[in-house]
Design a protein around this ligand. Sequence first.
Ligand SMILES: Nc1ncnc2c1ncn2[C@@H]1O[C@H](COP(=O)(O)OP(=O)(O)OP(=O)(O)O)[C@@H](O)[C@H]1O
Length: 303
Amino acid sequence: MKAIEVENLIKRYGSANVLNGINLTVEKGEVFGFVGHNGAGKSTFIHTLTGITRKSSGSFSILGTPGGELDRVKKKIGVMPDIANLYQHMRGIDFLRYMGNLAGDMRTKRSYEELLEEVGLKGAGGKKIKSYSFGMKKKISIAQALLGDPELIILDEPTSGLDPESAIVVRKMVTRLQEEGKTIFLTSHNLDEIEKVSDRVGILTDGVIKKLGTPRELKAQAEGGVQLAVRTKPVLTAEVVNELKEKSGLNLAFVETKREFTLLQLPSDDELPRLTRALLDGGVDLYEVKVEERSLEDVFMNA
Ligand SMILES: Nc1ncnc2c1ncn2[C@@H]1O[C@H](COP(=O)(O)OP(=O)(O)OP(=O)(O)O)[C@@H](O)[C@H]1O
């Protein structure tokens, strides 16, 4: 049984197809990172899968249950609410207990306090939510998604607005939840973070998933081969690089000079030994070569 299966899902708002035929399968136990620019439709996708909004057409199932029978499976899904939907007048701990009761959560008062601690809200349970900072509200939303021991946890931008230390706490939590066998579907605009925690990543562009794969697979698809930063004496100019290219027959491109480094592009790092030989044969002394990895950002920008 798959955690999420989506076939040709379309969601229209007025005449705009926000989701324009999404096909996706998320395996059980997977951490799936969903990325896309502002307004791409990530939240709309989550809202459709969780029954907050209705699909226009297509089909989906969650934990083996068709979208039309979502109520049967809702207790097994933990969704992080929008912070605007938190009960502001309640104390943090009371809010979690109240929501926990609704979700069939059996934990004791003490373990609600542990839950608060787990999301980085130790000692804040006695304060009213309206007095919480933005980051604290975000954390209690994450805690709400964990109530009732759900099998599938859906987190929409859990770390946006969190300080770096809190973001690390959340990332560790995601990894721990996966170790417990949970499936996690999360969105984030932080591509480094997505790469760190996700088994697979989907990039939503123009209403469809344009790129899908492990972070490694996606980076390997990035265009432009490998980028190298070489430190040489003398520092390489575009002219020297062109001469080198002609003499060696290497498919080499000059990118730019950054202080004592020259950035070069090669189709793949298989060509690196030939490049180093060509440099030495050309009377250039080589002090350092750094292969600059393609990032998910490169993939994202080209999606
Ligand atoms: N209830 C609604 N009625 C009409 N249009 C909507 C509604 N909700 C979302 N939209 C539109 O759908 C598009 C996708 O919005 P959505 O919030 O899903 O994007 P997102 O990828 O989550 O963006 P962000 O990264 O900024 O959170 C936007 O153009 C938005 O204006």
